[in-house]
Write a protein that binds this ligand. Sequence first.
Ligand code: FCB
Length: 458
Amino acid sequence: MKGLFPKNFTWGAATSAYQIEGGAYEGGKGDSIWDVFCRQPGRVFDGHTGDVACDHYHRFGEDFSIMESLGIQNYRFSFSWPRLLPEGTGAANQKGVDFYDRLIDSMLAHGITPHATLFHWDYPYELFRRGGWLNDDSPSWFAEYAELIAKRFGDRVKSIFTLNEPQCFIGISCYDTFHAPGIKFPAKDCLAMAHNVMLAHGKSVQAVRASAPMASIGYAPTGRHYHPASEDPRDVEAAREATFAVNESDWTFSVAWWSDPVILGKYPKEAQEHLEPLMPRVKPGDMELISQPIDVYGQNIYHSAPVKADGSGHKVLRCEPGHAKTGFSWPVTPECLRWAPKFLFERYKLPIVITENGMSATDTVSLDGKVHDSSRIDYLQKHLLSLSQAISEGVDLRGYFHWSLLDNFEWNSGYNERFGLVFVDFQTLKRTPKDSALYYSNIVNSNGSNLKGTWGAL
Ligand code: FCB
């Protein structure tokens, strides 16, 4: 019988450096904008910081043993730019290089394949002081950092994602101010930063290709996702249209704004119409640089909104009252993993990897010492079945990384949102695999073939 998932499907779990490492002042690491942001009163829930986080900096061996025992053989992690380059450019920090050498060697020793994200938001503070992404040298700074990683670790790391969610590290950090650096910039400046960010992506692809030619390279954006309210082709078309829409007020989270230049080599036509006076200056050669060929298209997908056709346009609907939601109050919409990959594959024609998907819940350790997170199990089953539907409908899906391996520092929500398959007690740092970890382990080890039926029976 044909399985729900292709042979060689990549099953994994994901984290990022600032959210789990801790060791914020160890081994010569420089400050990132998140270190500085967390020290500012009122920025992060209850004044939490990533100073210790999950202490993965010292406990990665234990974390990889847990992964090994669960049979999760793929790990998406990120490098900390200021740990490797405390000033952002220039001399590499040998202790930082040594740390990642040990980390990667330990992963490999536990039979885990590394999938590295170059940048997951912890921008070096020293570069921020020089204008950050607004500085037109910023693409070259990033390329230098990418080259260092490719040269030092490319012998062991064969799968690299350039940027995680530019929508967030520009949109909700510089246009809105919930995330570091938390400074409001005019839209025109944000669009100029966005252009530099995409140039940085392109230059980093070139740098990695030059120094680690065997590596597979991807991009890991997110965006607003939509699914059709019904199977009616008009609703499907309306959801497709909504997925790639760009307008003046919500360009920061648009899929097309951040992915058309990178994959198709041009800004979406709609953007040019709606944002004309604000559009960045595009120099000759920029679009070619931005659209360097990549191997896989990653997308972080957590939920989607229903859409129906409305005359010649589309109408985004609200979920009905009482609709299931996560700890973060994000709607639970398994349809997102069927439709978003489908629309992305049609438009960008690249193999797709789900680089993040998951949910936060108010998990606790029960009297029996276990964590019974049935809502996450239910979420996993429904979302993965929905993903398998996209596969059966012809989408070239190559992998799924659950966010997250561990409960961790959830940005401005601090430790208030638990996304992990593994529970972390932030007082003792004790790890307890949740019921969902065991459930996911079953899925991974059977390549998803036991997803059908009720999860209670697994
Ligand atoms: C994504 C981020 C990730 C985590 C999850 C919940 O937007 O990439 O770091 O915070 O959301």
